[in-house]
Design a protein around this ligand. Sequence first.
Ligand code: E4P
Length: 217
Amino acid sequence: MKFFVDTADTAAIAELNELGMVDGVTTNPSLIHKSGRDIKEVIAEISAMVDGPVSAETVATDYETMVKEGHEVAKLGDNIAIKVPLTWDGLRACKHLSGEGHMVNVTLCFSTNQALLAAKAGATFISPFIGRLDDLNLDGMDLIADIRDVYDNYGFETQILAASIRSANHMSDAAKIGADVATAPPGVIKKMAEHVLTDKGLDAFLSDWAKTGQSIL
Ligand code: E4P
């Protein structure tokens, strides 16, 4: 499973990128707002930092303006995935932009039918939002599994990009189901390294090591 980092925080991206944990980056208008930076400046900077796809989201709701915005953000780097919402106009923009050869990430997906439409419209990525479904007492991971089944039934090449990930368990569950990509905040990716038994075991080893009075260096 590829790891995308869900942030516009360039310092956090750089830290994970050094470890080879960044296969791409996703942003959205809320994350741009949180960064406090100009969208064009920050997307261009991220695009130059990472090799993989960098999603930049359009904000228009009508097809024509969405396509114009898509062309504009695509100029910010050679690895830009244009992000459009899963609306009818968004699907039209997806069809148009993917037909021109752009990578397109169709976002705000909450149903298998929406994912089917995005694949038919030529999406490179479909972004089903796990956490926001869980917030409503629905099971976001069920949606990932259903889309996996449907895409595999028909050989759709659209990549399932599990989004709105809130926990390390979401990452492993998405990987078990076979999501192609998961995008998570930097803190969630770092949390994946944690285990209470690792901490406990390390404490015990260090305590015994201190008793030996030895030093490796
Ligand atoms: C990524 O592409 C999405 O915009 C993001 O994962 C949404 O996450 P949230 O539901 O935590 O805001």
